[in-house]
Ligand binder design. Structure first.
Ligand SMILES: [Ca+2]
Length: 377
């Protein structure tokens, strides 16, 4: 039914496969293809090398095609300006961005007459907010790689609607080639602001605990299991307050992911490493249908009703090992490369980075929940 296999342990077979894949990438694939073929390297730009045509890119006052000459792979973005005075713009919208985080931005470009490019990153509000990048690059007739390092600015929480914008020089019929666009966080995002307990107003009677509050990107480096080890709330849940027979309240806020999917976010707690495991159920009403806009879903489940691995309950008076979320696809298989799952047939680049907030509150046995307003400002 739920997490069938031990999700925390990498089996020898999986290690062997991973090593094989690594050697394949390093020894067999030529360097040009390698750059284009690595999904999930933390790059938040979709279709960064124009190998999927012009998908996810928008051209204003210009014509955009994908084709030769390419810096890597089979294609680059080929942009031709179409107006004498209005600057052409190449855009990618709805990028996730963390606040106050160091990013590295790189791309390859050339232009037919050595005309330059200006690149900025903005939030398309009215007025627009610059997000820390606004720079002109000295493009020439030869392919060159350009790099800018910046710290994201102008926001104080993660957003999923950043806009990357290339602006061409003035002139009609200018020809640019752009390839391998990359925007990668190189610094750790700030600690989620809503860390358990400290900033939260205690509810009447003190019968609730903020158990888990993931509020950042989930990348392939999380292997489909963003978790918290050891758990933030790791005390005795039997006495003096009986949370063990209480209820978990879940709130999922999925802000952005690279493609439109139906999915489930399942909350699990593991104990004694992975010997004991309990998980919320992936019921039809907990299905999240991401169609490009933020989805917020709340639900609850009594702890005693949750799935138990091998039917064995956790020992709630003792500390737990970790808790976290299992990202599952529409057939309820983990989108993970742990345990030899190999992403269960999914392309990890369609899933990660996933910008989400997942919050869990436990309510004492017999008490009612004070509501999400106490936790989500
Ligand atoms: Ca390319």
């Amino acid at each position: 039914m739920t997490t069938k296999r031990d999700s925390g342990r990498l089996r020898p077979a999986a290690l062997f496969l991973a090593l094989g894949a690594f050697l394949f990438f390093v020894l067999v694939l030529p360097a040009g293809l390698r750059a284009a073929a690595q999904p999930g390297d933390g790059n938040v730009v979709i279709n960064p090398g124009f190998e999927s045509g012009v998908a996810s890119w928008v051209c204003k006052t210009c014509v955009l095609t994908a084709g030769a000459p390419a810096q890597s792979g089979a294609a680059a973005g080929q942009l031709r300006t179409t107006h004498r005075t209005t600057l052409a713009q190449l855009l990618q919208n709805n990028l996730p961005l963390q606040p106050n985080t160091q990013y590295q931005f790189t791309f390859w470009a050339r232009s037919s007459g050595g005309q330059d490019l200006r690149v900025d990153l903005l939030r398309p509000t009215t007025p627009a907010t610059n997000l820390g990048l606004n720079q002109s690059f000295d493009v020439t007739t030869e392919w060159q790689q350009f790099t800018a390092t910046f710290t994201s600015a102008g926001i104080n929480q993660p957003i999923s609607n950043a806009r990357l914008r290339f602006r061409a020089a003035k002139g009609k019929g200018l020809q640019y080639s752009i390839d391998d666009v990359s925007l990668v966080a190189t610094g750790a995002p700030p600690t989620p602001t809503a860390t358990p307990t400290a900033t939260t107003t205690p509810p009447p009677g003190g019968s609730e605990l903020l158990v888990f509050d993931w509020n950042q990107l989930v990348t392939t480096a999380h292997h489909g299991f963003p978790w918290d080890k050891p758990p933030a709330q790791n005390g005795n849940w039997v006495t003096p307050i009986n949370y063990a027979e209480g209820t978990f309240h879940f709130r999922a806020e999925l802000r952005h992911m690279p493609s439109q999917k139906d999915l489930y976010l399942q909350f699990c707690i593991w104990q004694y490493t992975s010997e004991l495991e309990t998980c919320s159920h992936t019921l039809p009403e907990t299905k999240i249908s991401y169609r490009g806009n933020t989805v917020i879903l709340t639900w609850s489940e009594a702890i005693k009703d949750m799935y138990l691995k091998n039917g064995r309950p956790l020992v709630w008076s003792e500390p737990r090992h970790r808790n976290g979320v299992s990202v599952k696809n529409s057939t309820k298989d983990p989108v993970s490369d742990y345990s030899g799952w190999n992403w269960n047939g999914e392309n990890p680049a369609d899933w990660y980075p996933m910008d989400m907030r997942f919050t869990v509150v436990v309510v004492e046995k017999g008490k009612s929940f004070s509501g999400w307003d106490n936790y989500i400002p």
